[in-house]
Design a protein around this ligand. Structure first.
Ligand SMILES: [Zn+2]
Length: 218
């Protein structure tokens, strides 16, 4: 490939968009898919642990799209090559909830970009309930061509910008536990687990405010 070749400048890209819960990541993911498909490109939407639990990406404002449910053993490169083998065209992947993917799958995203010229747009949380990076998000920070923090504002109850996700177990901010626990799954006799976006100050102090508000779930 000659220096100055257009593909060297305009080749595929790995982009990571991150932000706290409720900041509109899934909405942007579906908007991105729509924008690219309007340009005649074909993509595939993937997700893991979407709020619908049904192999689709759903957004809080009511958008939805069929999606491949990602599991630990899914090989993203093999997935794309299998689709290609059946004659399907794939120009890009939309990877929603990428914080829950494996580190190996982030490496596969880089391979898709570098070796197979497929754009990969990843969306997810940067940090977990302890304000520590998810392993896949850490790898995305390290490897992505472009990292963007989403600008949609989510406010803490105090009015400061909400940047961190607190896990609230039976009304108290949790400091220990499994990295991934799905919230809003109240079973008889089980702990009540939910998540609340807080500013750093109140995440650190564990102060949920005078009147914790449970956000509506669509
Ligand atoms: Zn606050």
């Amino acid at each position: 490939m000659a220096a100055g070749d257009r593909r060297l400048r305009d080749g595929a890209r790995l982009k990571f968009f991150h932000g706290p819960m409720d900041c509109g990541k899934s909405t942007l993911a579906l908007q991105m898919d729509y924008n690219h498909s309007r340009q005649g490109r074909q993509g595939l939407v993937l997700t893991r642990n979407d709020r619908s639990r049904r192999g689709e990406v759903t957004s809080r404002i009511g958008l939805r799209h069929d999606a491949v449910e990602v599991t630990d053993d899914l090989d993203l490169v093999a997935l794309v090559r299998e689709r290609w083998a059946t004659g399907e065209r794939l120009d890009y992947l939309i990877c929603d909830e990428a914080c829950f993917y494996t580190v190996a799958q982030v490496e596969q995203m880089a391979d898709l970009v570098d070796v197979h010229d497929v754009d990969v747009f990843a969306f997810g949380l940067a940090t977990d309930f302890r304000a520590e990076l998810f392993p896949a998000s850490r790898r995305l920070f390290e490897l992505a061509d472009e990292v963007s923090r989403l600008q949609v504002e989510v406010l803490c109850w105090c009015g400061r910008e909400g940047t961190l996700n607190a896990r609230v177990v039976n009304g108290v901010v949790a400091r220990e536990g499994e990295q991934v626990v799905i919230g809003d799954t109240v079973e008889a006799g089980a702990d009540e687990v939910r998540y609340q976006v807080l500013c750093r100050r109140h995440h650190r102090s564990g102060d949920l405010g005078p009147r914790p508000v449970r956000p509506p779930r669509p």
